[in-house]
Design a protein around this ligand. Sequence first.
Ligand code: GLN
Length: 556
Amino acid sequence: MPSGSNATRRPGPTRHIFVTGGVVSSLGKGITAASIGRLLINMGYTVRIQKLDPYLNVDPGTMNPFQHGEVYVTDDGAETDLDLGHYERFLGQPCTRDSTYTSGRIYQTVINNERAGRYNGGTVQVVPHITDEIKRAIRSLVDDNVDVLITEIGGTVGDIEGLPFMEAVRQFRHEMGRDNVVLCHLAYIPYIKAAGEIKTKPAQHSVQKLREIGLIPDFLLCRSEERLNKEVKDKLALFCNVEKEHVVELNDVAHSIYEVPLLVHRQGLHQQLVRRLGLPERECSMHEWELMVRHIRSPKATLRIALVGKYINHQDAYKSVTEAIDHAGYAHLLRIELLRIESDALEKDPDWAARFDGVDAVVVPGGFGKRGFEGMLKAIELCRTRPIPFLGLCLGMQAATVEFARNVLGLAGANSHEMDEKAAHPIIVLMDEQKEVVQLGGTMRLGSYPCTLTRKSSRTSKAYGGAELVHERHRHRLEFNNGYRKQFEEAGLLFTGLYVPNPDEPEKSLVEIIEIKDHPYFVATQAHPEFKSSAVSPHPLFKALIGAAWKARLSS
Ligand code: GLN
């Protein structure tokens, strides 16, 4: 993809695109913002993207996945909103700590400043202190090389807690000059079945709400299940006070979210945006992306993959995992049918094994706490013995080693300290540096760490294309107990990836990846490889899992 290196330099300052949402949440603001980013990158612009979230948690790291979906982790160890996952997957570049700010984080900074006496005795207020800090957060991603910064504002216009962010955007636009800042408003346009009509009123109301706080949108992005005809679009333009060409349709896509960049490209949103921002119009080749989407649309077969976890009922709790499974499917021209299995349901169901009939591979993802852990062990035992290709992620790796200890090594009472503090055989234990930790937020082993691949002939090493050192992201407090390593190895469980902080002290190394010998594919990792997968570049461990599942299917 073009990087902008040979492109003509943009005139003037970094331009800004703000994306707000109206009417209801869950409209796909993140995917829309990311799609805009993709188009601008394909035009050769250097783009950064960030999300400002109005809730008061400092970050989503302490939130229950049932509340907020997956916690996405960046290379630099920030625990963030899952929209950052969409940003990375669509833009193909890593986000950082500055790619996301919540109200909680903004307030924390301002209150710390106040305690340190940095406001010289002044009264500290939402305007200007909080709004100034929000503007600083926006500028934290701007430098001379950045052509466009896209900033998504979480929540929906009209939310009380979103007001300081909206006010900061208003001020920011005033200070930067209207020509350098564009406001895109994403609104829901419902289709009322009983009346057989598309309704524009909710969108009009949400634009009115924006106008009340001094924000006039330049673009109206219309999320709708039905196509909008010209009459409806003209009406929206007139009553929402935007140019006719600035009304863009975002209908439901047929196959995958990766069609959204093509959908907005077809409508020329990229040209309209750069024109409005006074940037040189450049060609925007979507050839590679189109090719990828064509692959997605024409799979040669369907594979059935079971995801066994405890937050299964929340659609977004394992967002990056389900994405990574799909990406791996695309790589093999396969469609993935995902079977979501709640792990504690396996504990109660006497006929639980039947649920895995016809399953081509199993993934056990990360998680916290006791609920459903024994169900994960059952699923893993089935994968090991039947055998079914298996990939364990973080808690999934911890569970795989506990299962092996109990059922292969015969260590009764083997467990993780997280599930049983008095376990007779503590296979998984709290990491040393975690023992003194009392605060919950931001204190796990977080972010990217190197992992040495120890065995050239292993499936792990082959999956990673023979690399000797790889980097993966982490989010955990417990680790494999090195005291048991020898016993495991002798019984055929290989430690194929290790974190080696100091080569002179091998006993301090940490188990990162395991696999079982003589199995089509039984690999598990302490890391979260799903965070680094994208449709353009599927993650090797997922790709190898799907490859093994397909091979098994062909020979069955
Ligand atoms: N609860 C386990 C730990 O803290 C696993 C964490 C995870 O799966 N992200 O080590």
